[in-house]
Design a protein around this ligand. Structure first.
Ligand SMILES: NC(=O)c1ccc[n+]([C@@H]2O[C@H](COP(=O)([O-])OP(=O)(O)OC[C@H]3O[C@@H](n4cnc5c(N)ncnc54)[C@H](OP(=O)(O)O)[C@@H]3O)[C@@H](O)[C@H]2O)c1
Length: 270
């Protein structure tokens, strides 16, 4: 199956569905990456902090690099100019690739000026080591500042987004600036799958709760990176194309009142 793509502000195409790899490690990670690619996934999401670059790199062996879209992230502890360059070079080596399709600032560091970080990212783009850059966990005001500072387009803002955390204002702001929203934890780490509204809509549409969550995001123009290491779920999460949620179902999910943020840097690893 060919997963649809979205055109980024950099001019490159990003598959709108990718595989998240947080908490995947060792041979389980390599196996899941390979299995996902065999099923048709082409977009992989990893990070320096996940500690699984080598395993992801093993998983992509045998697949044409040009057909893949690989995202990694530089951690907030390494946002000084030279650290960004050195971290990216190491990340490339670990992954066994010459370039990253997307390199993100994983979390902002409010203590640091952003200019040197974006200068380093633009150097990596000029060197051909990174094709597109983006940010993650940026609130609106910080993104607005970053857009002013960066000499290369900021193509995505990867943020927590699922039916239990509908960040409509942030979404509208990003879309107005041609910044694609990428939803992390798009299944709400399974919590969204248990919500009665999601379960009810899944039954009405003869889809699974996970497919309803992913479809709701895709229909809003949001890219999704669900994580799974199970073959059955990898397949299930691919079953989100070629059908639509009716508008009234979209509105019912929009109106879910029980909003909760699951990921916080101070209580979570990242
Ligand atoms: N930028 C950031 O700061 C940041 C933060 C968090 C996450 N992320 C990225 O976003 C990715 C996704 O987020 P996440 O892993 O936190 O949460 P998620 O994708 O919402 O949920 C993953 C959980 O859902 C299960 N699952 C997957 N498909 C399912 C299905 N169809 N039905 C039922 N359960 C299913 C998985 O278990 P099995 O593996 O057993 O299927 C896993 O326990 C991460 O892997 C990471 O790449 C980025």
């Amino acid at each position: 199956m060919n997963i649809p793509t979205v055109k980024l502000a950099s001019g490159h195409d990003m598959p709108v569905l990718g595989l998240g790899t947080w908490r995947m490690s060792g041979s389980e990670c390599t196996r899941a990456v390979r299995q996902a690619l065999e099923l048709g996934y082409r977009h992989l999401d990893t990070a320096e902090l996940y500690g699984n670059h080598r395993e992801v790199g093993e998983g992509i062996q045998g697949f044409a690099r040009e057909e893949l879209f690989i995202t990694s992230k530089v951690p907030f502890q390494l946002l000084r100019h030279d650290d960004v360059i050195a971290t990216c070079n190491r990340n490339l080596q670990e992954l066994g690739t010459d370039y990253l399709d997307m390199y993100l600032i994983h979390w902002p560091d409010p203590e640091l000026p952003m200019e040197p970080t974006f200068e380093a990212l633009s150097t990596l783009v000029a060197q051909g080591k990174v094709r597109s850059i983006g940010v993650s966990n940026f609130i609106m005001s910080r993104l607005e500042k970053a857009l002013d500072i960066s000499s290369v387009p900021i193509c995505t803002n990867q943020v927590e987004f699922h039916p239990l955390l509908y960040q409509a204002d942030l979404m509208q702001f990003c879309q107005s600036k041609d910044v694609v929203v990428t939803a992390y934890a798009p299944l709400g780490r399974q919590k969204a799958l248990e919500h009665p509204v999601v379960i009810q809509i899944a039954a009405e549409c003869r889809k699974t709760p996970a497919q309803v969550c992913l479809r709701w995001l895709l229909q809003k123009g949001i890219a999704v990176i669900p994580k799974s290491s199970s073959e059955a779920r990898l397949r299930e999460n691919l079953g989100v194309f070629g059908w639509e949620l009716p508008e009234e179902a979209m509105s019912r999910i929009d109106a879910i009142p029980d909003q909760v943020r699951l990921v916080r840097l101070d209580i979570d690893e990242f």
